[in-house]
Ligand binder design. Structure first.
Ligand code: NAD
Length: 445
């Protein structure tokens, strides 16, 4: 349905009609393909920071046509705003206005990325003001973008800079079609850890990855995407989903493990299988999840307890076991949800579990880092799956088109791309990250 609508409002006579009637016209998003260019046109780098020239040289090494300060008449595929050295809100004007002029030259599917520093409680007021102001400005800019273009930001904490692996990894992710449904979001570079891949199209080469709940939906897409990116996969799901699980495994040369993630020995079974069959365990994606929606006034213990058991308690137990086993360099990525950030009617149990995932990820970051590993979460918004297909058509259409600034639901692949990036060595410096993949849905603001 979404595709049909998008087709009609974006082609031929019906496009003209839709324009005339002022109907919302969700843009076609630029998604990743191995042969599609990293950006759909030249990139303009505005602003001056320490190492700006080295950054431009690096971008040229990515086969990008890089312009500094002024793009002339060129149409642009990307815009980088270097804002990390500003110290007062009054200094924003020249750069933001230059960015505004450049926006008119952006082609569909273009990317705007700011690079700034975090506002800290210990900063001088003017410094904190400009830094927090950038956050507000970029989120607003995300809502002004057209044609499937997006605006996101990278925040550099102390000790990191433009050339840190996490900065370059995040920049490449935001440029690429991998971030098609990520808009108005920030990635924070917390350390200089990490390493860029030898081949950007195979960032997970040589890794063994486990994905739970992989028989269908987002989990199946994550498994396919991690395999495409070079990983050897173990796909996990309930015994009842065995047939669908085997079908996914066959497509990508994975091994299967039929397992209820709430089992007390789930982590041990995963480690035994991955290490026994594939020689190591490098990546775990906690994707298995359920909803049992009810208003709290009508909630029963079975609904509440099952959601907590599957969505968060199982992950806490498994992570504890993985940490105790001291698996070197383990990268864990969990599925949160925008419901866990903004709340959602009928989902007190689900939101408690998904808010729980966010709390767990933030507090576990240092524990995984001590073993050379990392942990992160992705919080999807409205994603087109069997789960969301059950929402009544009217509500679904509104949720798809009106709320998110990209005017459409995301695809499982969009969530999978973010997970693949966060589970790669390039993202090690982004440890503890919670990234929303929501098309800048208003949910969660
Ligand atoms: P889905 O229901 O289509 O798939 C979930 C899979 O997990 C199923 O294959 C199921 O058999 C498996 N599973 C459930 N309980 C399990 C258990 N105890 N042990 C092992 N496997 C189990 O769901 P989906 O839409 O693909 O969602 C995947 C994840 O993304 C979930 O964590 C969900 O909360 C999250 N999420 C989804 C959306 C969305 O819009 N679809 C939005 C935000 C977050």
């Amino acid at each position: 349905m979404a595709d049909k609508y998008m087709e009609l409002v974006n082609t031929g006579m019906t496009k003209k009609l839709a324009k005339l009637l002022g109907l919302p016209r969700p843009p076609r998003l630029r998604r990743y393909g191995e042969t599609t260019p990293l950006l759909p046109g030249p990139v303009l780098v505005l602003g001056s920071s320490a190492r700006a020239q080295e950054l431009s040289d690096t971008l040229m090494g990515w086969d990008l046509d890089v312009r500094r300060h002024d793009a002339g008449d060129a149409k642009l595929g990307g815009l980088v705003l270097l804002l990390d050295e500003l110290t007062h809100p009054e200094q924003l004007s020249p750069l933001m206005l230059a960015a505004g002029a450049a926006l008119r030259k952006l082609v569909p599917g273009a990317r705007v990325v700011s690079i700034s520093r975090p506002a800290l409680d210990t900063d001088a007021p003017a410094l904190a003001a400009v830094r927090q102001g950038i956050d507000g400005a970029m989120r607003s800019l995300g809502r002004e973008m057209r044609g499937g273009a997006t605006a996101n930001g990278i925040v550099l904490t102390e000790g990191t800079d433009l050339l840190s692996p996490g900065t370059l990894g995040a920049l490449r992710f935001f440029f690429s079609g991998r971030s098609a449904y990520v808009d108005g979001q920030f990635l924070t570079v917390r350390s200089t850890d990490g390493e860029l891949p030898a081949d950007f199209h195979k960032p997970l080469a040589g890794k063994v990855a486990v994905v739970t709940g992989a028989a269908r939906g987002i989990g199946a897409s994550i498994a396919r995407t991690l395999a495409r990116d070079g990983a050897q996969l173990v796909v996990v799901d309930m015994p009842a989903a065995g047939e669908a699980l085997a079908a996914v495994a066959n497509q990508i040369g994975a091994t299967t493990l039929q397992l209820d993630v709430t089992a007390k020995d789930a982590a041990q079974q995963i480690m035994d299988h991955a290490i026994g069959r594939h020689g190591s365990l490098d990546i775990v994606v906690h994707n298995a999840g359920i909803t049992r929606d009810k208003l709290l006034a009508n909630m029963d213990a079975a609904r509440w307890d099952s959601v907590i058991a599957v969505n968060i308690a199982s992950q806490l137990r498994m992570n504890e076991a993985f940490l105790a086993a001291k698996l070197p360099g383990l990268r864990v990525v969990s599925l949160a949800s925008t419901s866990g950030i903004a709340g959602n009617r009928g989902q007190t149990n689900y939101a408690a579990s998904k808010g729980g995932v966010i709390g767990m990820v933030r507090s576990s970051a240092k524990l995984f880092a001590e073993q050379g590993g990392s942990i992160a979460a992705v919080a999807p918004g409205f994603i087109e799956t069997e789960m969301t297909a059950k929402i009544p058509l009217g509500t679904r259409t509104v949720a798809r088109m009106v709320l998110p600034s990209l005017m459409q639901g995301g695809l499982p692949q969009d969530v999978a791309e973010a997970i693949s990036f966060l589970s790669s060595d390039a993202a090690a410096g982004l440890n503890g990250q919670v990234l929303r993949v929501c098309g800048q849905s208003l949910v969660g603001a």
